[in-house]
Design a protein around this ligand. Sequence first.
Ligand SMILES: *[C@@H]1O[C@H](CO)[C@@H](O)[C@H](O)[C@H]1NC(C)=O
Ligand SMILES: *[C@@H]1O[C@H](CO)[C@@H](O)[C@H](O)[C@H]1NC(C)=O
Ligand SMILES: *[C@@H]1O[C@H](CO)[C@@H](O)[C@H](O)[C@H]1NC(C)=O
Ligand SMILES: *[C@@H]1O[C@H](CO)[C@@H](O)[C@H](O)[C@H]1NC(C)=O
Ligand SMILES: *[C@@H]1O[C@H](CO)[C@@H](O)[C@H](O)[C@H]1NC(C)=O
Ligand SMILES: *[C@@H]1O[C@H](CO)[C@@H](O)[C@H](O)[C@H]1NC(C)=O
Ligand SMILES: *[C@@H]1O[C@H](CO)[C@@H](O)[C@H](O)[C@H]1NC(C)=O
Ligand SMILES: *[C@@H]1O[C@H](CO)[C@@H](O)[C@H](O)[C@H]1NC(C)=O
Ligand SMILES: *[C@@H]1O[C@H](CO)[C@@H](O)[C@H](O)[C@H]1NC(C)=O
Length: 536
Amino acid sequence: MASKLPVWRTIVGLFGAVAVAGGSNCTSFRFDDYPGAALLGTTLYEQGARVNITNEFSSINTDGLPSFCRVELQVTTNASAGSYAITELWLPDAWNGRFLGFGNGGIGGGVNVADLGYVAITHGFAGMSTDTGHNSSAVDGSWAGPGNDNAIIDWSWRAMHLSVEVGKAVVESYYGNSAAKSYYLGCSTGGRQGLKEIQRFPENFDGVVLGSPANWLSHLAPWSVHLALDALPVGSPHSISDDLWVGLIHDEVLRQCDGIDGVSDGIINDPRVCNFRPETLACRPGQNTATCLNLDQIQALHRVYSDYYETNQTYIFGPYYPGGETGYIGGMVGTAPALGLSTDVLKYFVLNDTTWDYTTLNYDVIKLAEQVFSGTGDAIDANLTAFAGPSHSGKVIHYVGWADQIISPGNSLHYYETVHAFMQAETGMEIDDYYRLFTVPGMQHCQGGYGANAFGGSGQAAGGMPPTSYNPENDVVSAIVAWVENGTAPDSFIASYYNNNDFTQGVNFSRPICKYPRSLRYTGGDVDAPTSFACV
Ligand SMILES: *[C@@H]1O[C@H](CO)[C@@H](O)[C@H](O)[C@H]1NC(C)=O
Ligand SMILES: *[C@@H]1O[C@H](CO)[C@@H](O)[C@H](O)[C@H]1NC(C)=O
Ligand SMILES: *[C@@H]1O[C@H](CO)[C@@H](O)[C@H](O)[C@H]1NC(C)=O
Ligand SMILES: *[C@@H]1O[C@H](CO)[C@@H](O)[C@H](O)[C@H]1NC(C)=O
Ligand SMILES: *[C@@H]1O[C@H](CO)[C@@H](O)[C@H](O)[C@H]1NC(C)=O
Ligand SMILES: *[C@@H]1O[C@H](CO)[C@@H](O)[C@H](O)[C@H]1NC(C)=O
Ligand SMILES: *[C@@H]1O[C@H](CO)[C@@H](O)[C@H](O)[C@H]1NC(C)=O
Ligand SMILES: *[C@@H]1O[C@H](CO)[C@@H](O)[C@H](O)[C@H]1NC(C)=O
Ligand SMILES: *[C@@H]1O[C@H](CO)[C@@H](O)[C@H](O)[C@H]1NC(C)=O
């Protein structure tokens, strides 16, 4: 491995002494001696240069980044099958000495160039992302075959794992010094990929930040299909239109639930404490059906707001929570793609039947999915001893929006509690010492929605919602660094809501995000000020 010896200097940064490399040569960088990885090319971007890159999964188009070197690699994942992943390293000139890996989303195949630019390069991390071994949008599963097992394994964990290893070697070769600490940021499938790494390869990361992980894929996909069956076919008695969700049900949910946290502001701070009763919306004789619900619709609402039990009395997945109604019809059937994505997962990965009709979903499909995804797509191991125990002392920050319309927040609670119980019984370790879960009022899947939702999570800055600062209290990435390197564990964050979720329109209000299982309560004063709220 050829490497240019960088000129080292030391600055006193937020976290003490940080080594900064200068003088590394992007255009002459070579990476020849690593088995199973080939350098495809390097591109130097000077400060302020236009970075305009698009792939099937992710895109970036900005001239606001500091100078960096883009390194593109082909990483062999199974030589005998000829399978490989495309992996990129984005290496800032003003390096903070740390490695930061990023995850993907859905069943997409494409390097996460958005987070590489808007998180790694803006923060000074050496960033890494892989296409997971295939090329597709986030909602297209046809690449998986049926029967394309190498592609499925690559997407499940292998491309990420090999890319982390190669990526660290590239960093060392480029800067002449290995990263002092390694971090990870991902949401949704990205959250699942991060969990898979710490469960399977606990040495790889010192700290991970995980949003709403799709880690129980074998249950998530059937749950999404089940939700769709509660909404389809359009026009059937139980089907609930977009207008009813937004104009009627959401308003009634707010009427029943919004004030419980002390302020009626359109945000339900903790939906666990509201027992929403849809019966109040039942049509009276002669009432206009645009202003009320029939009995089938009320039963459908009970199903989507409650844990889903088969007649076998098996826990399948968490429910929708009251408050996210404006996103739920999209999550169930339409504009947000949960149904198509989940149907593809079951068709191409589990049943190997491209003609499978999702209305035939039954419990046997879930049992088969559990078998197929055990060891691949599922990342549900509760044993984090190797990662979090004294030999490694890894840390997890996990976040989820209460209004998540794609993956029930109940899934995040369920995994966290599974780890909590297992680890306490197995090791006596206190979960707060290594794993903290934060619930975000009003936030939809990974980002957006109505609530204080900007705090440095995956995709947020790229989506127009950057953290208001890189202080650990405003930014989850800075917080995981402070926890790992300084021992300062986060108790809460201060997140912001930008007008129309667009930072160019200014901050509308800022609020704390509480550590689970605490709830956010209004304590009096200016509702736009974070000091008017407390985690109780
Ligand atoms: C980087 O390497 C190229 C090719 O070897 C060379 O032409 C260029 O002068 C080098 N730039 C710096 C800043 O060292
Ligand atoms: C970005 O690239 C696309 C083609 O990939 C091009 O159409 C577009 O004009 C570019 N935008 C800017 C601002 O350069
Ligand atoms: C590599 O691919 C070949 C051909 O598909 C397969 O037989 C073999 O099991 C794969 N190896 C691994 C480690 O996945
Ligand atoms: C990915 O697929 C798209 C559309 O089929 C194609 O335009 C693009 O070149 C492919 N990218 C790679 C890296 O193969
Ligand atoms: C579909 O293929 C996968 C391997 O890719 C296998 O595990 C699964 O059992 C197959 N499903 C059926 C219904 O045969
Ligand atoms: C209950 O579980 C058994 C065994 O997996 C399965 O055959 C049966 O279809 C399930 N019943 C229902 C109603 O799903
Ligand atoms: C949990 O993981 C640790 C470390 O890898 C291992 O020693 C232990 O046996 C595991 N516990 C169980 C119950 O599998
Ligand atoms: C590091 O820890 C000290 C005390 O433990 C604390 O005062 C300080 O704010 C922490 N710094 C960061 C960046 O978290
Ligand atoms: C916050 O949003 C409300 C409602 O749209 C608006 O009236 C108010 O001016 C906004 N405040 C700020 C500071 O932008």
